[in-house]
Write a new protein. Structure first.
Lengths: 111, 114
């Protein structure tokens, strides 16, 4: 079945440094949708951005990601981390009939 | 529009008790999910419904966890009997269904089993 892999459980950064959270996926479907959800402390996950188009950059709220079907990747990036970016980030995939979430990466940004 | 509504927000149960968590999905959504969220395991899928039909019931959780969807606007998750290891946040989520649809999460129920 479909699967999503987020290799880092925890990423710690100093404010101002670039962010990159890894996401790779497996699916038999040729046209999957990939998503990033963000969950701040004491809140529920909410959609951050999504993509369907191969090799096209998608941006939202300062974050961006590019779906690369050749490498089955959808890494989340930001040029400069802010303290408010500290949160739990989930990568998700819809290939077949339902959404599949990765295990999540906690991002901690310190001053 | 109302989002996903979960009740109660907090529940404390004694080991061996039966508890029922409730969820009202976003009106018009076809897909409903129950997840358990812990720091160690992340999001674990407990049950998945499409148009009220149970599509998946998260194999490892079958014996003591039962989700039902009696109508399109209400779902329950019963845990019977509860065990201390069930202490977690239980999230209900819904979506329109289909590949391009956003999943909307409720605020969750924090369950503590003592």
């Amino acid at each position: 079945g479909d699967s999503v892999t987020q290799t880092e459980g925890l990423v710690t950064l100093t404010e101002g440094l670039p962010v990159m959270l890894n996401c790779t996926y497996q699916t038999i479907y040729s046209n999957p949708f990939l998503f990033w959800y963000v969950q701040h402390l004491n809140e529920s996950p909410r959609l951050l951005l999504k993509s369907f188009t191969d090799n096209k950059r998608t941006e939202h709220q300062g974050f961006h990601a590019t779906l690369h079907k050749s490498s089955s990747s959808f890494h989340l990036q930001k040029s400069s981390a802010q303290l408010s970016d500290s949160a739990l980030y989930y990568c998700a995939l819809t290939g077949g009939y339902k959404v599949v979430f990765g295990s999540g990466t906690r991002l901690l940004v310190s001053p | 529009d109302a989002g996903v509504t979960q009740t109660p927000r907090h529940e404390v149960a004694e080991k061996g008790q039966t508890i029922i968590l409730k969820c009202e999905p976003v009106s018009g959504h076809n897909d409903l999910f129950w997840y358990r969220q812990t720091k160690i395991q992340g999001l674990e899928l407990l049950s998945y419904f499409r148009s009220k039909s149970l599509m998946e019931d998260g194999g490892a959780f079958k014996d003591r966890f039962k989700a039902e969807m009696l109508n399109s606007s209400f779902s329950t998750l019963k845990i019977q009997p509860t065990e201390p290891k069930d202490s977690a946040v239980y999230l209900c989520a819904s979506s329109l269904g289909g590949a391009d649809t956003e999943v909307f999460f409720g605020k969750g129920t924090r369950l503590t089993v003592v």
